[in-house]
Design a protein around this ligand. Structure first.
Ligand code: HEM
Ligand SMILES: CC(C)=CCC/C(C)=C/CC/C(C)=C/COP(=O)(O)OP(=O)(O)O
Length: 306
């Protein structure tokens, strides 16, 4: 092959980004649980919303979460290119021009916030804008490359959507939605650090100061247990305060015992190789099921009481 032919064969094809690439830019798998928690908050919020407007509100939260994920990928294509888990994303893989991704993400951000304001109310639209800005500016631009506390503070981004969902129906916020916010806020460190333990090599290679990279595996395991111990009482608080029934409370206690048992197993583990980290992988997977079941129970509890 002469030189120009070789270039054509290996150069990334950014001319024709496909719909699949745009879809991948939205981090759709993570979005599902974010949207689910927000939809559950909508279901238990006081007030009524027309089913069509409720659907539009959920769509706006999904689009905003996707837009924030796209802005995140636009900003950190350099580190995504260095990590095995993220190297095949559309930007590091050269399937899309950065400018295309940025325009797409800005259009979706502005569109979703505006649509939320028009379809529901501007309190919900305000918190939706805060969610996007928190994920992009506070987490991605400001904290991610600077401090291992990045996900503790930045984790609020993933907790705001429940406030958005609640406000879309109720028009304002109250104690219960802020407790739901606190649940996701405290859940995020065990969720993410369990994964970061077995992905430590990737983050270390990319120079991202995640806790296992900066403070080691043993310290991270202790922090996971500490945050889990804070999380479980907060999940039970809505029932204790009489804001939910005991169907939710009982589920929170049961799930909490399982979550704590798994976190203890992680804290006791000494594995240094990702391939030996069964307890960490189990906790990461369970963290997803845990949050889904907890929010599902919140809705089921409300239906039982109705
Ligand atoms: C700052 C906060 C958070 C960080 C840094 C974080 C980080 C991560 C990372 C790195 C992954 C692996 C993604 C992949 O390889 O595809 C992941 C997976 C996941 N996260 Fe989080 N996460 C955070 C908050 C949340 C929140 C708030 C939710 C939902 C409420 C969530 C839901 C999920 C889900 C559902 C997956 C599995 C995706 C899959 O199956 O590929 N995350 N998270
Ligand atoms: C409504 C709205 C704006 C919601 C956004 C909230 C949201 C999805 C928060 C979760 C944050 C998240 C997926 C971080 C992934 O970390 P990372 O970006 O460091 O992961 P990566 O290494 O996979 O890129």
């Amino acid at each position: 092959m002469n030189q120009p032919d070789a270039l054509i064969a290996t150069a990334p094809d950014t001319a024709f980004a496909e719909w699949r690439d745009y879809f991948a830019l939205l981090k759709p798998r993570v979005m599902i649980l974010v949207v689910f928690t927000a939809a559950c908050a909508m279901a238990v919020a006081p007030g009524t919303i027309h089913p069509f407007l409720g659907f539009v509100a959920i769509l706006c939260i999904a689009v905003a979460a996707g837009a924030a994920g796209a802005l995140n990928q636009w900003y950190e294509a350099d580190i995504d290119a260095l990590m095995k888990r993220t190297a095949s994303r559309p930007l590091p893989a050269g399937k899309m021009e950065p400018r295309e991704a940025l325009n797409f993400a800005i259009a979706l951000s502005v569109g979703s916030v505006t649509m939320m304001g028009l379809a529901t109310n501007w309190v919900a639209a305000f918190w939706l804008a805060v969610s996007i800005l928190f994920y992009v500016i506070v987490y991605t631009v400001w904290l991610k490359r600077r401090t291992p506390q990045n996900i503790v503070i930045g984790g609020a981004a993933g907790a705001f959507p429940v406030i958005v969902g609640w406000a879309a129906v109720a028009g304002d916020t109250s104690l219960l939605p802020w407790l739901l916010f606190a649940i996701i806020f405290l859940w995020t460190p065990p969720h993410f650090w369990a994964l970061a333990l077995f992905m430590e090599a990737d983050y270390s290679k990319a120079g991202v100061p995640m806790l296992p990279v900066t403070h080691g595996l043993a310290h991270t395991r202790k922090q996971i247990l500490g945050y889990s111990a804070l999380l479980v009482p907060i999940t039970i608080a809505p029932a204790v305060l009489g804001l939910t029934g005991w169907a939710y409370g009982g589920t929170a206690v049961t799930l909490g015992i399982i979550f704590l048992a798994m976190a203890v197993k992680v804290a006791r583990s000494h594995s240094a190789r990702a391939s030996d980290m069964a307890a960490e992988k189990q906790l990461f997977k369970f963290s997803l099921l845990y949050l889904a079941c907890l929010f599902g129970a919140l809705v089921a509890d409300r239906l039982l009481l109705a």
